[in-house]
Ligand binder design. Structure first.
Ligand code: SF4
Length: 547
């Protein structure tokens, strides 16, 4: 059985982050069915230009099953491909975030093409391994997928009149024994640079070229996941729980983890790993610490076999590092982190998201300011550099909360950990705030391409600042994003180009943080003159006609 996977990537974000889902799926299919029963091919597509070979491959009619991985901001690319499909015999499945949160939209769009029959089109909701395995089993029996679709989990399908969902259930990770099959070719290019821009409807197509001088991504860093989901899973804006159909944090089995790490480090020779688990530890209890120690043992064994130790980075929450009244566990976590550092942990990402108590509680982070501050203190004590997430603007942010956030950020000198502090919260479908029944803010139109809702900030002064900063940063955003990617090519910043890139993004970040602070304070202290002040700002910054 021939299977083609097409990984669609946003035309404007070229980070290598997003290939893991297709690679995980292929690893599972290869492991379960073997190469005698199935062969899988991946094509990558992030521009109209790169969609041409994809369309040609689909129309070659060599495939029994074609799967699209559809991430946010890829809908127009998908539409372009779907419009150009000729008569094909394959079953078509769509997976990943957009297929999970906009399945009806995608199926409706696909069957607009008269060459595509609704009985051959399905969306896979959430993690796809078990669903695709079930689907392939049906196909290998030569049965009709459509006739048996009710028996396959996590599917959205159309019966010609209406849409249906089959049983929703996240896969049991302990039964997913086979690690991803990483595609090295996609990671072996130099960083691409933008050559030109063409307007296509409401989006911009980027053309990239490979620069001889740009730093190589090749074998610099690879993303891996040793678990999925988050033990907290309750933040107001987060979709992780709904993507897992209500399941929280789960680990892959330790044997799979060992196989995966050995493959990546010993066979594929990667030296830097970004563990992109939603949350790396899963908790602070004995079972979680035991698991982490087993993972460190595996890494230590591997490190002993190679010349230079690997380096790696993990994601976690502040309340994994510190919790009030749990001094014993705090000590154990600190020691565990130190042990991880000895084996190559050189950076940690902790989601702070807000420095305002009221906003933290609105975000339902389940965190106190104290746990955040203490966790930062511990990371500084053990000399472990950290990145920290912030989501400054939300529909209900007040001027006082904005000032609290800035004071917190500047007081704790967080520029090294976050250079884009003014990011707004995105209200995604699948999150608590994206739920139709959630009404504390004024929800706008749903955009199936971003799987998010528009919203307006209630406080008109905060809204002015958010819009103003958005317009100002737009001018250099893409360049800075590129520079940021360059800074990440060496997480230890030993490489001179990465060091310079990091300095540039930090300097740029501070300019805007200070600007936001000055605006917030000026608005807070002015009474009647505030509207005049806004007018002058827009005139001076030549933005009058844009806001
Ligand atoms: S801590 Fe992160 S992954 Fe967990 S619920 Fe909150 S935003 Fe989602």
């Amino acid at each position: 059985m021939n299977i083609l996977f097409i990984a669609l990537n946003s035309p404007s974000h070229f980070a290598i982050w997003n290939y893991l889902s297709v690679e995980a799926l292929i690893g599972h299919i290869n492991g379960v069915f073997g190469s005698r029963k199935t062969t899988c091919k991946i094509l990558y597509c992030n521009s109209f230009d790169s969609s041409k070979p994809v369309i040609k491959e689909i129309n070659s009619n060599k495939y029994d099953l074609i799967g699209f991985s559809v991430l946010p901001y890829t809908l127009e690319l998908l539409q372009k491909i779907l419009q150009n499909i000729n008569k094909i015999k394959a079953e078509i499945i769509f997976g990943n975030q957009l297929a999970t949160y906009s399945p009806e939209y995608i199926i409706r769009y696909a069957i607009k093409n008269k060459n595509i029959n609704y009985q051959n089109v399905f969306c896979v909701l959430g993690e796809g391994e078990e669903t695709v395995e079930q689907l392939i089993n049906v196909m290998l029996k030569k049965s009709s997928v459509y006739a048996e679709i009710e028996s396959i989990k996590n599917i959205c399908y159309y019966d010609g009149l209406q849409f249906h969902l089959t049983q929703l259930q996240a896969p049991d990770l302990s039964k997913l024994h086979y690690p991803p099959k990483y595609d090295i070719s996609i990671r072996s290019q130099n960083i691409v640079e933008k050559k030109s821009k063409n307007k296509h409807a409401d989006w911009v197509e980027h053309e990239y070229f490979i620069s001889e001088d740009s730093p190589k991504i090749n074998r610099a860093a690879i993303q891996m996941q040793l678990s999925r989901g988050c033990f907290w899973g309750n933040c107001s804006y987060c979709t992780r729980s709904s993507f897992r159909h209500g399941e929280k944090w789960k680990s892959f089995g330790i044997n799979r983890i060992e196989k995966d790490l050995k493959n990546v480090i010993l066979k594929l020779k990667y030296k830097v790993i970004e563990f992109s688990d939603d949350e790396f530890f899963g908790g602070r209890d004995k079972e979680h610490i035991t698991r982490i120690n087993k993972i460190i043992d595996i890494i230590e064994n591997i490190n002993n076999k190679i010349e230079d130790k690997i380096s790696f980075r993990i994601f976690t929450r502040p309340d994994i590092i510190y919790k009030k009244n749990e001094s014993g566990k705090n000590k154990i976590i600190k020691e565990t982190l130190a042990r991880m550092q000895q084996q190559g942990l050189d950076r940690i990402y902790i989601g702070i998201e807000s420095g305002s108590c009221k906003q933290l509680s609105r975000y339902n982070r389940g965190l106190t300011e104290q746990s955040i501050l203490k966790s930062i203190q511990i990371l500084k004590e053990i000399n472990l550099p950290f990145d920290c997430g912030f989501m400054l603007f939300d529909p209900l942010l007040t001027l006082d909360e904005l000032i609290d956030n800035i004071n917190f950020y500047l007081k704790h000198d967080l520029i090294r950990g976050n250079q884009w502090f003014w990011r707004p919260v995105i209200i995604n479908k699948g999150s608590t705030w994206g739920d139709d029944k959630f009404e504390i803010y004024n929800k706008g139109k749903y955009n199936p391409n971003t799987m998010s809702y528009e919203y307006e900030i209630n406080d008109k002064d905060v809204k002015f600042i958010a819009d103003f900063i958005d317009l100002k940063t737009k001018e250099t955003r893409e360049q800075l994003y590129t520079i940021k990617q360059i800074s990440k090519t060496d997480l230890k910043f030993n490489n001179r180009i990465a060091q310079v890139a990091k300095k540039i993004v930090e300097k740029n970040g501070l300019i805007y943080v200070n600007l936001i602070r000055d605006l917030a304070i000026a608005f807070k202290n002015s009474n009647n003159e505030i509207e005049q002040l806004k007018k002058e700002l827009l005139t001076n910054f030549k933005l009058s006609n844009k806001m």
